[in-house]
Every structure is written in C-alpha cells, then in structure tokens.
Design a protein around this ligand. Structure first.
Ligand code: SAH
Length: 374
C-alpha cells in the first residue's frame, strides 16, 4: 500500500463563506450582496455541481475580477486532504480530510468493475458508543454541515473525472461516482437535517444528480428517525446495523439499544418497507464467540421472518486494544447458511481495504496515535 501525508497549515477558510452550504437561492442572495447579477449564481452552481470545480480560478467563464473577489470572501473547498492511503491492489483509496476547524473525517473510494462506490462520513466522531467501533472511542466532536458532506462527494467526483489522478489499472470503469454509502464516521440520523439537505443536493438533477436508489444510508437504528426518513419521499436505501438478535446482547454491543430495542427498530423497519416498498439491509458484524453462534443465527432468522430484507454479514475489522476478534471464514459461511436455509437472503461483505485500516474511524485513530508519539 502507499501512504501519502500532507502538511496542513493553519486554516484561513474559517473566515470565509462556504458556497457548498448554500442552496441556489442563498447563493443568488450572496452574489447580490456582492453586487453581482443573479445569473452568476446558476453559472457558479454548475461549475460546482456539474463540472466539479475545486476553486474559483478554474471557473473560466467568470470575469477575473469576480473570481478573485470570490476567492477572498468565499470557498468551494471545505476539505483539505491530510492523508491518502491506496491499497496494494490499487482498488481502494482512503482519505483523511481536515476541516477548517482542525477536525478530521474519513472517506473511502472503492473501485469495482462496474461501480465506483464512495463511503462518506456524516459527523466528526460519533456519539453512539458501539463497543467494537473505532470512531466511537473518541466520542462526537461535531456534526458535519451539509456542505462538508457534499464536499466529500465532489472531491472524489473531481478525482475520478481526471484520469491522471487514478491509480493505474487495466479494468475499464465508469469515470463518475456511481454509488454512495453513508457508512463512514458518524450516525447520519443523529445529524438528520444536514444529512438530508446534503442528500437532496446530491440527488437533485440541477445539482449533482445521482439517483437516490444508488445511495444507502446506514443507521445504528434510531427508530423515530427511520420513520421520519420514510416520509422524505426519496428512494434512498436503508441499512440498519443490527449486530445481534436480542436486547441483552445488542445492548452490550450497541448501547443505544437501551433506548430503541430490537423490536422497536424492527417495527420501524416494517413501517419503512410498507411506505417505501424498498428492501432493507441488516448489517451484522460477526465477532468471534460473541454474536456468531448457530443458535444466534437461528434467533436472527426467526426475528427477521416476514420483513422485506437481506442480511449483510460484515467481517469485523479488529481495532487496537479491543477484545473483539473476527469470526473465521468457515463459521461466517455456516452462519450465512443458517440464515439462507430459513429463507433470509444473506451476503458476506467483501473484505475491502482491510490492510489499509478501512474500518470506520481507523485512519484517524492511527494518525492521532502517530501525533501523540511524534
Ligand atoms: N452509524 C452508522 C454508520 C457508520 S458505521 C451505523 O451504525 O450504521 C457503518 C457500519 O460499520 C455499521 O454497521 C457499523 O456497525 C460497522 N462497523 C463499525 N466498526 C466496525 C468494525 N470494527 N468492524 C466491522 N464493522 C464495523
């Protein structure tokens, strides 16, 4: 694998207005404040969302004076690359980005034959406290703004649009982001408003224009927010991090289960399916000797009967100083077979980027550790 780190400087973006945090009307109002014609808003909007401009300089059909004025007071780049790690087979690229206030977040691009899937963060840190998750260990620093969420997508859209930046590969692949999963740092439904503003910007045809069906939001299971999501009217896919079929085990792994029990989460999922007609994914990270016994597979299958769903078994990414270890491939397959035999469609997630610590929050954690020792 290849690791590149970039020196980060004290950040002057703090004082600037982020155009990524504005809708088109707000952008028009902002330009009006600067004494500019309103049609400039559409031009700049297209530069940002359809031509992926990362700075004002490259917006070549704007007058030079306007470009330099905008560069003084505004920004279209809310992320600074701090570390980039490319896997040995060059099909997984993980980036640690620094935000204007020094917070860091991770995003990962995974290159498949036909897809380019982007995994993005919704918060800096996370408040949910899942005991096996690296992000949880540092707690929540803050919510990302909608612009910071969208900026992760635009960063990789720009990256993919420029073939000179791509890792060498002899596989033909699409040059755009084709799929997005909100499975990076943070709990997306704990930052509901900003996440949904970002999702509308990403799916809106006059902005980034990716089909909602190509996006999956993964949640720890905040039941009332799943109901709210069902009413949004966008065909975003829902994934629920279940990890255990009963309350005592789930509470020990996913502490928010104290507030939203397994049954409460499954009821919200049933309502979601009725409203959206979409198949829901249940994520289940298999941990050796903890949640991977054949008996638990049967209990899980019984719980999920009658729900339009599929189960995605995730090989655990072990985190440092953690008692949790991954289940063997053989036991994973056995667990999957029990679910399938009971009629629950089940897949085992590919191990992607494991050598580059692609588990949620692990890159940030290793950099923090390095900073502490240097
Ligand atoms: N907060 C959201 C999304 C972030 S994490 C959620 O809970 O769904 C995305 C997925 O990775 C979740 O299913 C999460 O439980 C899982 N995950 C976290 N740490 C992991 C680890 N060390 N190994 C495997 N999966 C992990």
């Amino acid at each position: 694998m290849t690791i590149k780190t970039f020196i980060t400087f004290p950040d002057e973006r703090q004082a600037k207005r982020s155009l990524l945090d504005m809708d088109e009307q707000q952008l028009a109002d902002f330009l009006a404040e600067l004494g500019e014609a309103k049609f400039r808003a559409r031009q700049i909007w297209e530069w940002i969302y359809q031509r992926y401009a990362g700075d004002f300089e490259s917006m070549t059909d704007l007058p030079k004076t306007l470009r330099s004025r905008l560069a003084e007071v505004a920004t279209v780049a809310s992320l600074t690359l701090a570390t980039e790690v490319v896997s040995a087979d060059r099909d997984t690229i993980k980036c640690l980005f620094q935000l204007h206030d020094g917070q860091t977040i991770e995003a990962v691009l995974m290159l498949y034959d036909q897809r380019r899937t982007l995994c993005i963060s919704s918060q800096a840190g996370c408040a949910m406290g899942c005991t096996f998750c690296a992000t949880a260990q540092g707690g929540l620093a803050r919510n990302l703004t909608s612009g910071e969420i969208v900026a992760q997508v635009l960063y990789f859209a720009r990256y993919l649009a420029d073939p000179s930046l791509l890792p060498d590969s002899n596989v033909e692949r699409p040059t755009q982001v084709t799929n997005i999963v909100l499975m990076g740092m943070g709990e997306p439904l704990h930052n509901y408003a900003n996440v949904w503003t970002a999702l509308r910007r990403i799916t809106d045809n006059s902005a980034f224009g990716l089909g909602a069906r190509h996006i999956t939001l993964s949640t720890v299971g905040l039941a009332p927010m799943i109901d709210r999501m069902a009413d949004e009217g966008l065909q975003i896919g829902l994934a629920v991090s279940l990890h255990a079929p009963n309350d005592s085990l789930r509470t020990s792994l996913v502490p928010v289960n104290k507030g939203y029990s397994v049954d409460a989460v499954l009821e919200a999922v049933r309502r979601y399916v009725v409203k959206t007609h979409r198949r829901v994914t249940f994520e289940y990270a298999l941990m050796c000797g903890i949640n991977d016994s054949p008996g638990l597979a049967q209990e899980l299958a019984a719980k999920l009967q009658g729900i339009l769903c599929h189960v995605n078994l995730i090989p655990l990414n072990p985190i440092p100083d953690s008692p949790f270890q991954p289940t063997s491939d053989e036991d994973t397959e056995h667990f999957a077979q029990i679910l399938r035999a009971a009629g629950i469609p089940t897949t085992v997630r590919l191990r992607r980027g494991i050598e580059i610590n692609a588990g949620c929050g692990q890159l940030r954690q290793s950099r923090d550790a390095q900073n502490r020792t240097s």
